[in-house]
Design a protein around this ligand. Sequence first.
Ligand code: PLP
Length: 371
Amino acid sequence: MAHINRRSWLKTLTSAGAGAVLLSPSQILAAMPTIEENTTNGMVRLSSNENPYSPSPSMKKAIAAIDPDLCRYPNSHFATLEAIIAKREGLDPSQVVVTSGSREGLKAVGQMYSIRGGEIVTCLPTYKALISYAEFLGSKIRAVPLTEELGYNLPGIAKEIKSETKMVFICNPNNPTGTLLDPGKLEIFCRKWSASVPVFVDEVYYDYIEQKGYPSMKSLISEGLDVIIARTFSKVYGLAGVRIGYMIANTRIATEIRNSLMSGTNIMGLKLAMTALEDKEFYNFSLEKNREGKRLIYSALDELNLRYLPSHTNFVFFKTGRNISEVQRAFTTEGVQVGRAFPPYLDWCRISTGTTEEVKVFVGALKKVFA
Ligand SMILES: Cc1ncc(COP(=O)(O)O)c(C=O)c1O
């Protein structure tokens, strides 16, 4: 379908009344934003690990149906979404806390465990929302370097857990490296150490894990352990702009998180999340396009002999051998926005998977920058 017809076709779809919109992958693709619609200030934005194929047709339809609810407080919808998520995850609704993006939950938890001082142990580089906020509030961050393979260093973290430790933060798969921990080792770690300190496992990229049957650490929560998990609707579900995510924890910790939230999310986020959970087609489509994007990125990096880490996320971390500020400038000149600096890996670059068209623009730019 020509792009020119896309808007009117979508309009027909979204005005077709209530009910799920079930589409084939090619129909979904035809309804997706064009590269021109996705660019910000003329730049292809591959810097923030978003899902550029969103909003899906079912999302557009749901947005059109939300109007009458906009004047209402969203309170009752929190419980509805938490119950839906709990059922899917095999948990009790009291163990799920819906938040304004997972970042609100990360900050709430950071606050809970830093308010009385002490230390948080983690690896760096990693996703810093929780630890930066905890540091701002007075916590000391004990940062362990990654392993030689740039993986999370669990034995290194274990060595740093002391009486002052208030929490351990693990990001799995990790941002910015895209690496995944051995699930058995992670489970043993969580079981052992959560008896002394809460262990936070950020599973925001869980859906992208390439290893079949890779377990979530949520099963430990069902056993009542002090493990806290972050999930989001910002990535594979494509709702980064709407701000909706959730925390999973045992009922005691979950209640404390709920009481620590600033305001939670809004009716739009709650309703769109419910729609997103029903749209299996868009979920599978997004995962497949992400795989395709990664394949294109890997093959270009292979061609140029640039080292990269096989990724379990929607981005790829690759070694440029040049300072990231210089690399960012070179890509900007080519119209591509790449990820920020991740010290101490200043000669590495993180690139998000965009649409296939956007990835092709990146590949063209890569070949020019590293010619
Ligand atoms: C590992 C990780 N956790 C959490 C977040 C926060 O995401 P959000 O607040 O959109 O749910 C991000 C965002 O990129 C992330 O990479």
